[in-house]
Design a protein around this ligand. Sequence first.
Ligand code: ZN
Ligand code: ZN
Ligand code: ZN
Length: 282
Amino acid sequence: MILIGAHMPTTNGIDKVPQETVRIGGNAFQVFGHNPRTWRAQIPSQSKVKSFKEQMVKHKFLSSSAFCHSGYLMNLASPKDDMWEKSIQLLITEMKICLSLGIKFLNIHPGSHLNSGETQGISRIAKAIDLALEKVSEVILLLENVSPKGANIGYKFSQIKDILDNVSEPRRIGITYDTCHGFDAGYDITSMEGVRKLLDEIENNVGLEKLKMIHLNDSKAPLGKALDRHENIGRGFIGDKGFSVFLSFEEIQKIPWILETPGSNEEHAQDIRHVKEILGMM
Ligand code: ZN
Ligand code: ZN
Ligand code: ZN
C-alpha cells in the first residue's frame, strides 16, 4: 500500500487534519506545529490533544505517517549566538508539541551558515541537535535535503553525513528527501540511473534505513537551477515521466510521500489523484 498525503493547513484545528487528509485521498500528512513565520509556539491544550489522538485512531493513521515540519525562522547553523539559542529553544518546544500529539517525526532544515563556513555551520547544527535531543525524549528529527541556495547546508548527503557523524545520538536522526530541492541540487531522478545514483549516495553516506519521508514536489526550475520553486505533480521539469521512473523504485514506495505543491487541499487532492494515475500507468 502506498502512503501518500500533503502538507495540511491546521486553521480549523489540528484535530481536523486526519479526517481532512482522508477526504483528499491521503493516508499520511505533514503539519506545522505552530505558525511557522513566528517564534511563538505552544503545546496544544489537553482537549485538542485528546481529540487529535481520537481522530488518528478513528481514521487508522500510522504514527510513522504523520509528520511535523519546523518553523521557518529556525536556524541551527547560525553563527550568531542569540539566533542560535532561540532556534534551539524553538526546536525543543516543537519537539514537545510532537511528543504531546504522539507525532514521532519532526522534519527540520539543517540550517544556513550565513557565510561563517560549512564546517563551522555543521558543528553548530550538531551541537544544537544534541542540546535539543537531551531535553525531549522519543521524537525523531528528520534532516531534509534543501535547495543549494545561499549558505544552506544539507543539499548533498555528504553534508548530512557530517552532521550525523557529529551528533551523540545518530539513531534519533532520520532524513527526508525533497524531490524539488534534490532536482535543484542536480539529482536527476527522471532516469533509472539517476535514481539509482541517488539511492546509492544515500546508502553510502547515511544508510537507506534512515530515509523516512519523501517530499513529493515537481520543480518549476530546470535541473540544477537552485530556485526552490515547487510545482504541482506533472507540471514541472520532473514531469509525469520523471515521477513514473522515481516512484517505481521499491525503496521509494515503502515510505510516505508528502506533497508540498502549490495550492491547498483541493489542489493537493488533484495531485494525489494524479500520482495514483501515474502509478496506474506503470
Ligand atoms: Zn522543508
Ligand atoms: Zn520539503
Ligand atoms: Zn522548498
